[in-house]
Design a binder for this molecule. Structure first.
Ligand SMILES: [Zn+2]
Length: 106
């Protein structure tokens, strides 16, 4: 009985092809040099850590604070409507100063 073991290149090639496919996809990514995140053609935002999000999430958490024209995520048409979930993950202890101003005078 003869067992033919695949050689190493045969094992590696499918993995390399897969990585090349991923690499080709990344050509459509826009990278914001200010925020350090990449935005895919379909609008998916890849944060440096955590799960991928949306332009709205990126804007709510990062871009609205940068106030730099170089930031690529400043087009409100693309960003869309911000929701409470866009601002922070559940459980994070963050305060947003703008939310408390409306009920200051009484
Ligand atoms: Zn940005």
């Amino acid at each position: 009985m003869v067992i033919i073991l695949p050689t190493l290149p045969l094992l590696v090639n499918p993995i390399q092809n897969f990585l090349i496919m991923i690499g080709n996809n990344s050509e459509n990514l826009q990278v914001c040099s200010i925020c350090g995140v990449s935005i895919a053609e379909d609008g998916q935002v890849n944060f440096s850590d955590g799960k991928p999000g949306t332009r709205a999430r990126l804007y709510a958490r990062v871009c609205q604070y940068t106030e730099k024209p170089e930031c690529i995520n400043r087009e409100t048409e693309l960003i869309g409507e911000l929701t409470a979930q866009d601002r922070y993950e559940t459980g994070e202890d963050l305060t947003i100063p703008t939310l408390s101003t409306s009920q200051a005078t009484n």
